[in-house]
Write a protein that binds this ligand. Sequence first.
Ligand code: MTE
Length: 317
Amino acid sequence: MLIKRATDIQPSEITDRGVYLQRRAFIRAAGLAVLSASAAGALYTNRSARAGEKVFAGVSKSPFSTTEEPTSYKDATNYNNYYEFGTDKDSPARYAGKLKIKPWTLMVEGEVKKPRIWAIEDLLKTMALQERIYRMRCVEGWSMVIPWVGFALGDLIRQAEPTGKAKFVEFVSVYQSDNMPGLRLPVLSYPYIEGLRLDEAMHPLSILAVGMYGEVLPKQNGAPIRLVVPWKYGFKGGKSIVRIRFVERMPQTAWMKASPSEYGFYSNVNPAVDHPRWSQAKERRIGEFMKRKTLMFNGYADQVAGLYAGMDLKKNF
Ligand code: MTE
């Protein structure tokens, strides 16, 4: 039987949410004060006695954030998809603790003038971190609102200077055979691969997230760095990314390989295009009882519809 270790229990599980949030704000303020007085260059600071718990310094607010109420931290970190750790919703929270995330490098390669292997610490020192509160819609029909901490993917891409041949960007998740009990299940082929068209990747809404709820990403949510593309179904957001490759041809993603008739490359949230086995017209926001209507491009149509002008979105699903 699996027994939850004390260090795995989130404060939100044992404290009233309002008290919890107030305390977080206080502890964060205290933590930032410590940071400003600490050695230059330190990026994170311990903010409480809980082992490994860290917050970010210098995070600005993003105008792209929704004002909708964020999903509870408990739900966001216990109801997950990370098939490398198993297919049950609670498998990632149970098993991702074994994921080894130190040291971590991110390789940027392919059709770029400046390929580079980034140590994650150096990357974070370079990029402007923002809190982005995004609506997230899973292809399975549930949705959440997550306050991510991350930076614009476009900022990293501009540093890499894609060549004229770069048309798509491929994202490769980590593969740790010793630490990932889900790898042997016959669902997907690994490493988990996702992809975007270069203009989608450059869109200001596309981010690489390194935290959520003001803290570093929990492993089950894709630590230490994951893709977040809020107008697409959640599976486009590859977790624990180790490689970003610029390519000329459309990448074959893990889900396209597994079931091409069900999962297309674009995977834009679209209530008018059903999954072959279920409707996509409505969604259940985790924490709510009644279903709500799913919005075109997950409510981000004003910002992203132009990317698909003239395309048949039923064919390019
Ligand atoms: N990334 C990897 N490497 N492996 C996965 O199984 N699942 C995807 C996506 N990224 C997945 C992944 C799916 S199906 C979804 S809905 C989201 O992660 C879930 O993210 P969350 O658990 O943080 O809500």
